[in-house]
Design a protein. Structure first.
Lengths: 300, 342
C-alpha cells in the first residue's frame, strides 16, 4: 500500500513534468531543456534574494488560495517571457539548435538564481499542514502524497477537458498534429505557442510547489533531476503525445519504486542504472514511443 | 586529384592553428595561461570526438561524456602508483593493482577501453535513429555515471580519486589534439564516413544504394568513443583528480554547445567553436578578476560569467542557426566545399 502511494506520487511528478515538455514539443518541435529551471524559478519567486541558509520569505506567507495561483503565475510568466525573448527567434532553426538555445537559456536562469540566492539549499516550510500522515487502509501515508496524486489527476482531467472542449484547446491539438496545416486553416500560430508555453510553465510551477512542500527545502538543482526523468518519459511515451507522456511518467515512477524494493540490497545503489537500462530496452522495441503521436513517424 | 589531397588543407590549417596556440603559451611563459591552453586542447579533443559521431551521423548524442568517464578512470587505474591504489581502490584485480604505466600508454589503453564499450553499447543503440537514439545515449551516460558513482571498491564512489600523475607539459595535449583532428578528417573522407553522411542526408537513397546505416553509425560511434576515451585520460592527467560528476551533464552540455555553436556538420566548426567559446569564457574570467582587484570586499556576483556566456550563445545561434561554420570547412582554395569529401 505504501509502495503504491510512493509510486503514484513519484509518477505524478514525472507525469506533470513530461506533460510540460510534451506540450511545447507538440507545437514547435522544441525539446525544452530550460523546463527544469522554470521549476526552480517558480519556487524561488516566493523568496527574497538572500544568501542565508534559512529562506527569507516574501510571498510564502500568503494564504494557500493566493499562494498557489501566485506560484503558477510566476512559472507561466517566465515561460511565456522565454518564448517571446528567445524562442521566437528560432522558429525556423533545426531542433538541435533550438535544444542548445533552450539549454543556454536554462543556464542563464540557473546562474541568475545562483547570483541572487547562492547555491546553498534553503529550508522553507511551505503549507506545513500537509506533512501530517493520514491513515488509509492500514498504511500511514503523508497527506501531501494523497494531495499530490489527487491534484495530478485533477490537473489531467482539467487539461483533457480544456484540450477537448474549448476552441483554444482544439487549436492547440490541431497545431500539434500538423502545424503548417493548422496555420493555413486560420489558427493563430503565436497565440497557440504562447498558450502552450503558459500551460507548460504553470505545470512546472506546480511541480516546484509539490517538491518544495515535500522536502521542506528549496535548491537550485531541484528542477534538474525531475526534468531529466520527465524528459525521458516524454520520449518513451512518444514525443508529442500527451497521454503517452503521462503514462510513461507514471511507469517510470513505478519502475523506480518497484526496483527499490525488489532489487537485492547490494544492487540497490545501482537502481537508477537498472531504470535507465529499462529505458533503453523500451526504446529499442518501440523507438516511436509507447503511444506514437500521429505525424511524428520518420518518413524514410 | 584524390579526395585526400583535395581536402587535406582543412586538418593542416586546424593543426597550424593549434600549434600557434601552443607556441603562444610557451612564449608567454605563464603557468595559468599554459593551463588555459591545455584546457582548450582537451576540449578540442572531446568536441572533435563528438563531431566524428554527431557531425557525420546527424544523431545528437548525449552519452559521449560517458566514454570520457571510462577513459578518465582507466587512466587512474593504470597510472596511479600501486601503493596508493591499495588504500584508495582496494577492489581492483591483482594484475591491475600492481601495474603502473607511463601516462601515454595509459591514454592508449583508455582509448581502447572506451572504444570497446562504445562497440558494446553501439551494437545495441545504433539501430535507433533521431530523438530516440539521443535519449538512449543519454540513458547510457546515466547508467555509466550511476555505476561509477556507486561502485565503491574500484571507483571510490563519489569521492575523488587522487594521485593521478599530473602532466604539465603542453606538448602531449597538442599532439593528442592534432591526432584527433586527423583521425576525424581521415574518417570523414573514408568510405565509412562518406556512407554515413550519405545516410544522414538522404536515408532512402542511401539505403537503396546498399548503405547499411546502423553499421556505419557503429563505426563512427566506436572511433569517436576511442577519441573521447583518450580525451578523458588526458583530462585526468591535466588535473590529477577524477570524480564521476566531472564527466556528467555539465561536460556533456559544454562540449555539445561548443559543437553546435561552431557548426555541427563541420570539423573546422568543432575546433573553432571550442576556441571561440573558450576564449570568451577566459575573457570573462579575467574581467571578473580584474574588477575585483580595486577594492578588497567588492566581488563581482558569482555567476555573471555564466549568464553572459549563455546570452552570447543564444545570440550567436539566433544569428547563425547552423553554427559559425555551418557546413563548410576552412580551406586553402576559396572553392565551394560544402562537405570535406565531396
Amino acid at each position: 500500500m505504501q509502495m503504491l502511494f510512493d509510486a503514484l506520487s513519484l509518477g505524478s511528478l514525472y507525469a506533470l513534468g513530461a506533460l510540460g515538455i510534451a506540450l511545447i514539443f507538440g507545437v514547435m518541435r522544441l525539446v525544452n531543456f530550460a523546463h527544469g529551471d522554470v521549476i526552480s524559478f517558480a519556487i524561488f519567486a516566493l523568496l527574497w534574494p538572500s544568501v542565508d541558509a534559512v529562506a527569507v520569505v516574501f510571498a510564502g506567507d500568503l494564504p494557500w488560495f493566493l499562494l498557489i495561483p501566485f506560484v503558477l503565475a510566476m512559472g507561466a510568466g517566465l515561460s511565456v517571457l522565454s518564448e517571446i525573448v528567445v524562442f521566437r527567434r528560432f522558429r525556423r532553426a533545426n531542433p538541435a539548435t533550438m535544444m542548445i538555445a533552450s539549454f543556454a537559456l536554462g543556464f542563464v536562469i540557473r546562474y541568475f538564481l545562483l547570483m541572487l540566492f547562492s547555491s546553498r539549499p534553503k529550508s522553507i516550510s511551505l503549507l506545513p499542514a500537509l506533512s501530517q500522515p493520514v491513515e488509509i487502509l492500514g498504511a500511514r501515508i503523508p497527506l501531501l502524497q494523497v494531495i499530490t496524486i489527487i491534484a495530478t489527476i485533477a490537473i489531467l482531467f482539467a487539461l483533457t477537458a480544456f484540450l477537448k472542449r474549448t476552441r483554444f484547446g482544439l487549436e492547440m491539438r490541431a497545431a500539434a498534429e500538423n502545424f503548417t496545416m493548422a496555420r493555413m486553416l486560420g489558427v493563430r500560430a503565436n497565440r497557440v505557442i504562447m498558450g502552450a508555453f503558459a500551460l507548460s510553465g504553470a505545470l512546472a510551477a506546480a511541480i516546484g510547489l509539490i517538491l518544495a512542500s515535500q522536502t521542506g527545502t528549496v535548491d537550485i538543482q531541484m528542477g534538474a533531476a525531475v526534468m531529466l526523468m520527465a524528459f525521458i518519459a516524454t520520449v518513451i511515451g512518444g514525443l508529442g503525445s500527451l497521454p503517452g507522456a503521462v503514462l510513461a511518467g507514471f511507469l517510470l515512477g513505478a519502475a523506480s519504486v518497484v526496483m527499490q524494493t525488489v532489487l537485492p540490497i547490494d544492487a540497490r545503489p545501482f537502481r537508477d542504472a537498472f531504470v535507465y537500462g529499462a529505458v533503453i530496452l523500451v526504446l529499442i522495441f518501440r523507438p516511436q514511443g509507447l503511444i506514437a503521436a500521429r505525424g511524428s513517424k520518420e518518413r524514410v | 586529384m584524390s579526395v585526400a589531397r583535395r581536402t587535406i588543407s582543412t586538418p593542416v590549417i586546424l593543426a597550424l592553428l593549434l600549434i600557434a596556440l601552443a607556441l603562444m603559451a610557451v612564449f608567454s611563459g605563464s603557468r595559468p595561461f599554459n593551463q588555459t591552453i591545455i584546457d582548450i586542447f582537451l576540449r578540442v579533443i572531446l568536441v572533435v570526438g563528438l563531431y566524428i559521431f554527431i557531425g557525420n551521423s546527424g544523431v545528437i548524442s548525449f552519452g559521449h561524456a560517458g566514454f570520457t568517464c571510462l577513459g578518465g578512470y582507466a587512466a587512474a587505474w593504470l597510472t596511479i602508483p600501486p601503493m596508493m591504489k591499495q588504500t584508495l581502490l582496494p577492489g581492483l584485480p591483482d594484475w591491475l593493482m600492481n601495474l603502473q604505466l607511463p601516462f601515454w600508454a595509459g591514454a592508449i589503453f583508455a582509448a581502447v577501453w572506451a572504444a570497446l564499450w562504445a562497440a558494446v553499447f553501439g551494437k545495441i543503440l545504433m539501430r535507433l535513429s533521431g530523438i530516440a537514439a539521443s535519449i538512449a545515449t543519454f540513458a547510457m551516460l546515466a547508467m555509466i555515471n550511476t555505476i561509477y558513482s556507486n561502485w565503491e571498491s574500484v571507483t571510490a564512489a563519489t569521492s575523488s580519486v587522487v594521485g593521478i600523475p599530473i602532466v604539465r607539459s603542453i606538448w602531449p595535449y597538442l599532439i593528442a589534439a592534432i591526432l584527433a583532428v586527423f583521425v576525424a578528417w581521415a574518417h570523414s573522407i573514408s568510405r565509412a564516413g562518406l556512407a554515413l553522411r550519405a545516410a544522414r542526408d538522404e536515408p532512402t537513397a542511401a539505403a537503396a544504394s546498399g548503405i547499411d546505416a546502423p553499421k556505419e553509425r557503429l563505426v563512427a560511434f566506436i572511433i569517436s568513443g576511442a577519441v573521447m576515451g583518450m580525451g578523458g585520460a588526458l583530462f585526468a592527467h591535466s588535473i590529477g583528480v577524477v570524480t564521476p560528476d566531472t564527466f556528467y551533464l555539465t561536460l556533456t552540455f559544454i562540449t555539445l554547445s561548443m559543437l553546435v555553436v561552431g557548426g555541427m556538420g563541420s570539423l573546422s566548426g568543432a575546433v573553432l567553436g571550442v576556441v571561440i567559446l573558450s576564449g570568451l569564457i577566459q575573457g570573462l574570467r579575467w574581467l571578473e578578476a580584474g574588477v575585483s582587484i580595486g577594492t578588497t570586499t567588492f566581488a563581482i556576483p558569482n555567476g555573471l560569467q555564466e549568464i553572459t556566456l549563455g546570452i552570447v550563445m543564444i545570440l550567436i545561434l539566433a544569428r547563425r542557426p547552423s553554427g559559425i561554420m555551418a557546413n563548410s570547412e576552412l580551406n586553402w582554395t576559396r572553392s565551394r566545399s560544402e562537405d570535406p569529401g565531396v
